[in-house]
Design a protein around this ligand. Structure first.
Ligand SMILES: Cc1cc2nc3c(=O)[nH]c(=O)nc-3n(C[C@H](O)[C@H](O)[C@H](O)COP(=O)(O)O)c2cc1C
Length: 402
């Protein structure tokens, strides 16, 4: 029988507080989690792997090079198994390595290979903690979406007094529980995500399109699947590969996207419309390629259906999230769109800034709902996907009146 428990991968590094991780592992096991421990070589000088193996009733990983009985690449399989990864205590050294994407041991290789939420509980001497370089590394982890369980103040093992003590074990366990709840909060839900732009044909070889890359929608679909939802991803043309665990429908035009969305919408609990659907299409697409000599002086356009407004006005059971790409008055326009389209949330971004929006890895968005406006800082699109789904999952759990 496969083990269906939520899996927490606990990383232990070479800090004096490593003995406290024994209590953390016990607490998580008592909570019913499956706990798998991965240690750095330095950590094994403080606590024996045998201790963690006994507490977790699971093998403990230390070396990248250990022989695995099932011939899997161990750091990759461990990374995939993780629903949440927590490192406690986390040394200055491992914080630095993760901040720079280094992978020269089992723990850091697993961190880079995992898509699971990462919780880091630093513990070190006060001067090590206060150093600019450490603070910059911690900021880099935060910017990538890691949750930092801040160290506390007090007498340190080295005799100094100040901040750097490992946060209380219960606080770290609570951060894990929160992340674990989120990490499977869409089990049993049906989620529909649209992504990319549409291509509106002028003739068989030419089209009107836009710059949407599909990255945000793909990240939302993948994250929703990871959180346990059955995910339908309806996407316009993009070079992105199918995200893991999603049922993908690839379309070209707004009309095809509308048909694919409406066919699935009634079955869904959450609909996230991140696609940049063309507002207009050529009124008549030529059936043959238009010859250069026959170039039309103008292309007459007609309106495409507004899929988002259509879903909003139907008032189905699904929580409806729309996107707004604006070049000015972003907040005001998003609020207007929220009401006009009957959405529960609008994700708005300013596409006038060439550094942001279409095709970029990072973005800065506003989340506008009836509860107010939330301005997210600059962050990777995968992190934006998590933030959107956190809010959407909360809306799913609350009584909504349309
Ligand atoms: C007794 C002792 C205690 C240590 N405690 C800490 C600590 O609390 N935090 C820290 O960042 N480094 C600490 N170090 C230094 C790390 O063990 C050292 O940087 C090591 O290379 C870390 O390896 P790792 O990050 O791969 O686990 C300590 C070293 C010793 C000898």
């Amino acid at each position: 029988m496969p083990d269906t428990r939520t899996t927490i991968v606990v990383g232990v590094t070479g800090g004096i507080a490593a003995y406290k991780t024994c209590e953390l592992v016990r607490a998580l096991v008592r909570d019913g989690f499956r706990v798998k421990v991965v240690m750095t070589e330095a950590a094994t000088r403080f606590v024996s792997p045998l201790t963690f193996r006994t507490l977790s009733a699971e093998p403990v990983a230390v070396s990248l090079w250990a022989d695995e009985p099932d011939a899997k690449v161990h750091h990759v399989s461990l990374a995939e198994e993780a629903d949440v990864m927590v490192i406690a205590p986390c040394t200055a050294n491992v914080i630095a390595k993760i901040a720079h994407g280094r992978t020269d041991d089992m723990l850091t290789a697993t961190v880079l290979a995992t898509e699971a939420p990462l919780i880091v509980a630093p513990a070190m001497n006060v001067h090590m903690w206060r150093k600019d370089v450490t603070q910059r590394n911690v900021a880099a982890l935060k910017a990538r979406g890691a949750v930092i369980v801040e160290p506390g103040r007090g007498e340190l093992a080295c005799g100094d007094v100040g901040e750097g003590r490992l946060a209380p074990v219960e606080e770290i366990a609570e951060a894990v529980r929160t992340a674990a709840t989120r990490s499977r909060d869409l089990v049993g839900k049906h989620v529909l995500v649209t992504a990319g732009g549409t291509h509106e044909p002028i003739d068989p070889v030419r089209f009107i399109g836009n710059h949407s890359s599909g990255k945000t929608g793909f990240a939302i679909a993948e994250e929703a699947a990871r959180r346990g939802a059955r995910v339908f991803l309806v996407t316009g043309p993009t070079h992105l590969p199918d995200p893991f665990g999603c049922e993908v429908v690839r379309v070209q035009t707004a009309l095809q996207m509308r048909a694919a969305v409406l066919a699935r919408a009634d079955a869904c609990d959450l609909i996230v419309m991140s696609a940049a659907v063309a507002d207009f299409r050529p009124a008549a697409a030529a059936s043959e390629k238009i010859k250069k000599a026959d170039a039309p002086g103008a292309i007459s356009l007609e309106r495409n259906p507004d899929i988002l407004a259509e879903l909003g006005s139907r008032g189905g059971k699904a929580v409806l999230v729309g996107f707004a790409a604006e070049t000015s008055d972003v907040e005001a326009n998003a609020k207007t769109k929220l009401e006009a389209k009957g959405c529960d949330m609008i994700v708005a971004n300013d596409v006038s800034d060439p550094e942001l929006g279409f095709g970029t890895e990072d973005n800065r968005v506003l989340l506008v709902s009836r509860d107010g406006v939330e301005r997210l800082g600059m962050m990777p699109k995968k992190q934006i996907a998590r933030e959107i789904l956190n809010r959407a999952a909360a809306l799913l759990g609350s009584e909504r009146a349309r």
